[in-house]
Write a protein that binds this ligand. Structure first.
Ligand code: HEM
Length: 487
């Protein structure tokens, strides 16, 4: 069918106007703002790109090599930062480049929190008080020692020979360990393992704020079920058996007249944050180590030299893990190649960042995938795993290179000490005491918006057996000079 010349003419005019408007998007930026990255398809190109490639879309755009650039999506702006120096400046500006705005958005959209609680977040000292409480409970000291031991005691029950799916095993072990150690006995987490992971799966979709009930029904219902179960937990005052983090959070909430129903609504945040990064981390570590015979042998030698007889006796003193330099380097390198979530900040007022103008109401995205694998910084082999890369590299030097797996500044992950101990304590005992058949290096799934660590594209069927010479060893842990939990 021939197209009428009039329709052709109208189409040309419409397309030309659209094209001019698209170009104008560039002009409408202030000249001091970071340069714009135009989408191939006008108006909706970035939206389509984000839907299709999720976090990986930022990696594609970063090929333009600007240290910071702007995405315009309709009337909103996203500044994407790929320069380690700029990222350090961003982490210092906690007030103007705010994380708290996203905490409130999370409550509103992902947790479906009621308006009176959003008001408490926005208009009272609840969030700053919670911040102090949370960071105190997870900082080195007796409370952290208690949490370390509670987690590791549960994990040690999983250090037994078995034929299993590695990721599924770790998912169950760490989620149940988190539940028992944070909330104490009789907590509802064992019956909520799927809900916690289903929630995380659709977090990005929920945060868009467009009817999560319809857009992400599984995650939406997971949150409702978990909130109800935790209301029952708080109604029975079971938190008196919880760790310092859980007891303290409940106290701060009650000081602000938030009841058990609200405490139940909050709980998903604390259930998913500790496990969703740790489980893939342990999976990647074990798969990297058990597919490299030389690395496995060197790690065993190092662990034997640090833990000596105690290791043979099955007791790992987690305070000594830092002495295992190769193990720590292997952990950091795994984080470099797999810890690829985006840190985000909200611009609360117009500001200057090293000369660039950032406009109020915009979002700053820091794609760690780009920072962690920049060839100009990490060298030609930036994308490959090299367990020895971090040997002799101190924390400051690593940060200057853009290595920030736990974020930074005021919101630097408070769980990093616990994460280090629960990841490396378990891996140390596993490597010393067990063989694993079936390990492979599998690829990663598409990195969704809202994800932290990359997830494996498939699970591994493995057979875990006791290592020769360690058949009789039963594994346990010591922290702060204490053995066993106090729960
Ligand atoms: C390998 C494991 C982990 C990684 C890679 C990780 C990473 C992160 C990152 C990147 C952030 C955002 C920081 C920022 O934007 O500057 C964060 C925040 C947070 N993490 Fe972790 N995390 C891990 C384990 C844990 C654990 C075990 C907990 C236990 C309680 C935890 C609790 C939190 C909390 C509560 C926040 C929010 C902090 C705030 O609101 O200021 N994380 N984490």
């Amino acid at each position: 069918m021939a197209v009428s010349p009039i329709i052709m003419a109208v189409a040309v005019v419409v397309l030309s106007v659209l094209f001019l408007l698209w170009r104008k998007a560039d002009v409408s930026l202030d000249p001091d703002e970071p340069p714009i990255a135009l989408a191939k398809i006008p108006f909706i190109g970035h939206i389509l790109g984000l839907m299709r490639y999720q976090i990986e879309y930022f990696e594609k755009l970063c090929q333009n090599n600007h240290p910071i650039f702007t995405l315009k999506i309709l009337s909103s702006r996203i500044y994407v930062v790929r320069s380690p120096a700029l990222v350090s400046l961003i982490f210092r500006e906690a007030k103007t480049l705010s994380f708290d705005v996203f905490t409130t958005q999370f409550l509103k959209h992902a947790l479906d929190g009621p308006q009176h609680v959003i008001d408490v977040f926005e208009n009272t000292t609840y969030l700053p008080e919670l911040h102090v409480q949370m960071y105190g409970a997870l900082a080195p000291g007796p409370d952290l020692t208690d949490s370390n031991l509670r987690v590791l005691n549960v994990l040690s029950r999983y250090l037994v020979p078995q034929k299993t799916n590695l990721y599924a095993l770790l998912r169950e072990a760490y989620t149940i360990a988190m539940g028992e150690s944070f909330y104490g006995p009789n907590n509802p987490v064992p019956e909520l393992v799927d809900e916690i992971w289903n929630f995380e799966e659709s977090l990005g979709l929920m945060m868009i704020g467009l009817s999560p009930r319809h857009l992400a029904p599984t995650a939406y219902h997971a949150q409702k079920i978990l909130a109800q179960k935790f209301k029952t937990y708080y109604d029975a005052s079971l938190e008196i058996h919880g760790n310092a983090l859980i007891r303290g959070r409940a106290r701060v909430a009650r000081d602000h007249n938030l009841d058990n129903e609200v405490l139940g609504i909050f709980e998903m945040a604390i259930c998913f944050a500790p496990v969703t990064n740790v489980v893939p981390s342990v999976f990647w570590l074990l798969s990297f180590i058990y597919t490299d015979a030389a690395l496995l042998a060197d790690l065993r030698e190092e662990l034997a030299s640090v833990f000596g007889k105690e290791g043979r006796g099955g007791v790992i003193d987690v305070e000594r893990l830092k002495k295992c330099r190769l193990l720590v380097s292997t952990f950091q390198e795994m984080q470099r190649v797999k810890q690829h979530g985006n840190a985000v900040r909200f611009v609360t007022a117009d500001m200057r960042l090293d000369g660039y103008l950032l406009k109020e109401g915009s979002i700053v995205q820091i794609p760690s995938a780009v920072l962690h694998t920049d060839v100009a910084v990490w060298g030609k082999d930036a994308k490959s795993f090299d367990a020895r890369r971090f040997l002799g590299v101190d924390e400051k030097a690593a940060r200057q290179k853009g290595f920030m797996p736990f974020g930074g500044g005021k919101h630097l992950c408070p769980g990093r000490y616990l994460a280090f101990v629960e990841t490396l304590g378990f891996v140390a005992a596993f490597v010393m005491g067990f063989e694993m058949d079936g390990a492979q290096r599998v690829g990663s799934r598409l990195q969704k918006l809202g994800f932290g660590a990359r997830k494996p594209e498939r699970d591994l069927d493995v057979v875990i057996s006791r290592r020769k010479g360690f058949e009789e060893v039963r594994w346990g842990f010591v922290s702060g000079g204490k053995e066993g939990g106090v729960g």
